[in-house]
Design a protein around this ligand. Structure first.
Ligand SMILES: Cc1ncc(COP(=O)(O)O)c(C=O)c1O
Length: 395
């Protein structure tokens, strides 16, 4: 029998989705499960966004539309980039996609030749190494280590650059660590990119979800406009995960290639969702800042509660909505710990190895749930922590 293409063997799935499947099984058996595994805001889009989608459908905006996206939305994204990131990007350099993941996928498809090396954060979004390998690239991790407060170490990145390095992926705020890269780190990474003529994929999907300070895009550093692809979208900042809406801001010389890949894959993004997205960006009622304030309130309580669980150690995240907990002191593996939490306490979280080797001793909890639910989750974990705290006491 004929076999699948070999690229499938080097690609991988996502840990969150398999934990979710098991959690759903337990729920079907009647168990109460607290879902802290998925990277999905527990909010829905603002009322005016929903209304704009309905109005667009009523107005017959359900046709094929321009491949790069409707011009009005690209204008609005350019204005949004200026307002939230102080960037001047021409609307012509923006290409809409059905989600950031596809934007990332097609950018890497456009750029990678077999053997090209891609530097990516570890721990990081699992798609980076998987998609890289799928296109014949070599995925080279750089670590976000606790000793560096989960920041990239530019010296390590510099050591890992070779003549085959073509792309540097950055993600600030980072999933799963919540790290917002410092200005110093970003500047050093930008200097390396310019020096070694690297292209940078700056995944800015969590850019709006930061707890203090202004967001600084990788594109804003000297020499970066001609080499930076911003990947952003509506899933997180506007709680629109299921709408499948993302975009790339690309240097001008790459736009035709992204357009060609769009033509060959999705043709265009659903038209009525694009009209609704304009309202999301305008955010007349301030829905995004309100959601971010709520995440900030929750994380203060949740991180403190997690740090009270025996063997748990968690630095406060600076953005996104994840708690990244070092569990090495529990004496059990992250996989076993997640199994105990799910099967015995009904709390679903993801073992850190799902985000790369550097995540081996960590567990990721999403705090996209109400304070009461988060409180109950930590209480449930406290109750089952005897399973490992006795071992800690003996050491
Ligand atoms: C860092 C990062 N990039 C990209 C994505 C994909 O987002 P989208 O829903 O727009 O495809 C995610 C989703 O979890 C993410 O965490």
């Amino acid at each position: 029998m004929r076999q699948l293409a070999s690229r499938l063997a080097v690609m991988s799935g996502e840990g969150a989705l398999s934990v979710y499947a098991r959690a759903k099984e337990l729920e079907a058996e009647g168990r109460s499960i607290i879902h802290l595994e998925l990277g999905e805001p527990d909010f829905h889009p603002a009322a005016e966004v929903l209304q704009a989608a309905k109005d667009a459908l009523d107005a017959g905006k359900d046709r094929y539309c321009p491949v790069q996206g409707v011009p009005e939305l690209r204008q609005e994204i350019a204005a949004y980039m200026a307002r939230t990131r102080n960037l001047r990007v021409p609307p012509g350099n923006i290409v809409l996609a059905p989600g950031c993941k596809i934007a990332l996928f097609l950018a890497l498809m456009a750029l990678l030749e077999p053997g090209d090396e891609v530097l990516y954060p570890d721990p990081g979004f699992p798609g980076y190494p998987s998609i890289t390998r799928g296109f014949g690239g070599v995925a080279v991790p750089y670590e976000l280590a606790e000793r560096n407060r989960l920041q990239p170490d530019p010296e390590e990145v510099a050591r890992k650059i070779t003549s085959r390095t073509k792309v540097l992926i950055t993600c600030s705020p980072n999933n799963p660590t919540g790290t917002v890269y410092t200005d110093e780190v970003q500047r050093a990474l930008a200097e390396l990119a310019v020096k070694h003529d690297l292209l940078v994929l700056s995944d800015e999907i969590y850019a709006r979800i930061i707890f203090g300070g202004a967001y600084q895009s990788m594109l804003s550093y000297p020499g970066m406009a001609e080499r930076t692809f911003i990947i952003d979208g509506f899933s997180k900042s506007f709680a629109m995960t299921g709408w499948r809406l993302g975009y790339t801001v690309a240097p001008e010389r790459f736009v035709t290639a992204l357009d060609l890949l769009a033509v060959n894959s999705y043709t265009c993004v659903a038209e009525f969702t694009q009209w609704a997205a304009i309202e999301a960006l305008r955010d007349a009622q301030g829905a995004t800042p309100r959601m971010v304030r709520e995440f900030e309130r929750r994380h203060q309580q949740f991180i403190a509660d997690l740090n009270r669980i025996p063997g748990f150690r968690c630095l406060p995240p600076e953005g996104a909505f994840y708690a990244w907990v070092n569990i090495a002191d529990t004496g059990v593996t992250a996989e076993e710990l997640c199994r105990i939490m799910l099967e015995e306490a009904g709390v679903a979280a993801i073992s850190g190895a799902a985000f790369g080797d550097a995540g081996r001793d960590f567990v990721r909890f999403s705090f996209a749930s109400s304070n009461a639910t988060l409180k109950e989750a930590t209480e449930r974990i406290q109750k089952v922590s005897a399973a490992w705290s006795a071992a800690i006491a003996r050491r």
